[in-house]
Design a protein around this ligand. Structure first.
Ligand SMILES: [Zn+2]
Length: 449
């Protein structure tokens, strides 16, 4: 049997991955390991400490024998090969993305991990330099296969819930906001409701199905991973806590001091949550994960302008994507291939995209206040809608409230149909997208989750 080893594959936009002292992003960094480093012996495998995952599948973290010493790397950033029996994997004959593997019970007791005496600091010379120049484009999503083919079909109960709870949009949506505090689950495989605010609080109490409505009865931050609010909900006589990024807020939630009720609704009706903004409060050159939100959906799902209209700043056709809006993966590239990332014919990976400017005057008061606090007084918000299958506007067009101007797609550097939604603030109306990089902020500043 061959040794179970890993190769660092990473994400498209960075030349390295972060290796951590434990199995979760709540753990500190040991250092950075270059993409392409291979032959790293697997010492242990554990599920994500924070319970993070994609669409119901929890990330597994691999403790690897790295040039920095033993360190943990997440399973969507590595390929593995060899006999993984002692960690619950099969004998993998060809390098395979670890996230795509199914993990079962270990086939033999795990051998004690050999801890080398080598100190991490002694191998600093092998570290890649920090990139001076960050890419101008957002990181692209890695939509796992589960995204396209859920592990289990929804139960009849789920289907009934999904069918009976249409998501209101447009004026109807705004009118619904007052009153009862309500949310809708936007996790395609349902949201796990836990006994407390955080995955560490215990196993799931029940599952809130996709698009099922629940009443919000409390809000708290996860004591371990303080980035996220958790909502305490009531659903069919049960109570439990669900994480904010898997929900869409519908009405009455402002009383809990989370997002303001005056924000724009999400720009799509029938989508599901895939990936959160993960960067920090504002642009910060020392951290990089994902610059926007990814909303999964069916190709052709209409994308709407904000509730007070907007101005099209750029509407860019991706020559390599063609009229069918193909992805680079469909064209034979792997996700994040630098040839796509650096190619204007692929719109640098963004595919067909549209950028809309929402003038300061039309922004919600809560957004204006946020901008002022962050040193962006009077700034306009520019919103990028990427990976479209098509659009019906051109630069300079003025859009009315909730005008449908584009369709969700899979064009560019993408592994499954989704909308990448990204916002930047800028005071110059005619600013180019690249020039307002320092105005990058979470879409939650303008859009309701
Ligand atoms: Zn994205």
């Amino acid at each position: 049997m061959s040794e179970f080893v890993a190769t660092i594959t990473g994400i498209p936009s960075l030349s390295y991955v972060n290796a951590r002292v434990g199995p979760g992003t709540n753990n500190g960094k040991v250092g950075k390991i270059d993409k392409g480093v291979s032959g790293l012996k697997v010492l242990a495998v554990e599920p994500d400490q924070l319970g993070k995952g994609f669409n119901g599948k929890t990330y597994q973290w691999f403790k690897l024998q790295t040039p920095l010493g033993p360190a943990w790397v997440r399973d969507d950033l590595i390929t593995v090969q060899g006999d993984g029996g002692q960690f619950g994997y099969d004998n993998i004959s060809t390098p395979t993305l670890a996230f795509d593997l199914k993990r079962g019970a270990p086939k033999a007791p795990a051998a004690p991990a050999a801890e080398p005496a080598k100190a991490a600091s002694s191998s600093a010379a092998v570290l890649p330099p920090l990139p001076d120049e960050k890419p101008q484009q957002p990181a692209e999503t890695k939509v796992p296969e589960q995204q396209k083919a859920p592990e289990a079909p929804p139960s009849p109960d789920d289907k009934a819930a999904a069918g009976s709870v249409p998501v209101a949009t447009g004026k109807e949506y705004v009118a619904k906001r007052k009153g009862e505090p309500i949310l809708i689950s936007m996790a395609q495989n349902g949201s796990n409701a836990r006994p407390g605010p955080g995955t560490a609080s215990g196993n799931r109490v029940f599952k809130l199905p996709y698009k099922a409505q629940a009443k919000i009865i409390g809000v708290a931050k996860d004591p371990a991973d303080k980035r996220f609010y958790w909502y305490q909900i009531e659903y069919k006589g049960q109570t439990g806590w669900v994480r904010e990024d898997y929900q869409r807020l519908i009405s009455g939630f402002e009383q809990f001091g989370v997002q303001a009720e005056d924000l724009y609704p999400a720009p799509t009706e029938n989508t599901w949550w895939v990936r959160d903004y993960n960067y920090g409060d504002l642009f910060n050159s020392s951290v990089f994960e994902h610059w926007g939100w990814d909303l999964g959906g069916n190709i052709g799902e209409p994308i709407m302008c904000g509730p007070h209209g907007g101005t099209v700043i750029k509407a860019a056709t991706c020559p390599a994507c063609g009229s069918a809006g193909r992805s680079s993966v469909q064209a034979g590239f792997s996700v994040g291939d630098p040839r796509v990332w650096n190619d204007p014919n692929w719109n640098y990976g963004l595919g067909h995209f549209v950028i809309i400017r929402y003038d300061h005057d039309m922004l919600p008061d809560s957004t204006k206040n946020y901008l002022a606090q962050k040193g962006f007084s009077g700034a306009h918000i520019f919103t990028l809608y990427a990976h479209l299958s098509g659009f019906s506007v051109k630069a300079g067009d003025t859009l009315g409230p909730y005008d449908k101007f584009a369709k969700l797609g899979n064009s560019g550097n993408s592994s499954g149909p989704h909308l990448h939604l990204e916002i930047r603030a800028g005071t110059n109306r005619e600013a180019t997208w690249a020039s307002i990089k320092n105005g990058l902020m979470t879409p939650a500043v303008l859009f309701l989750r």
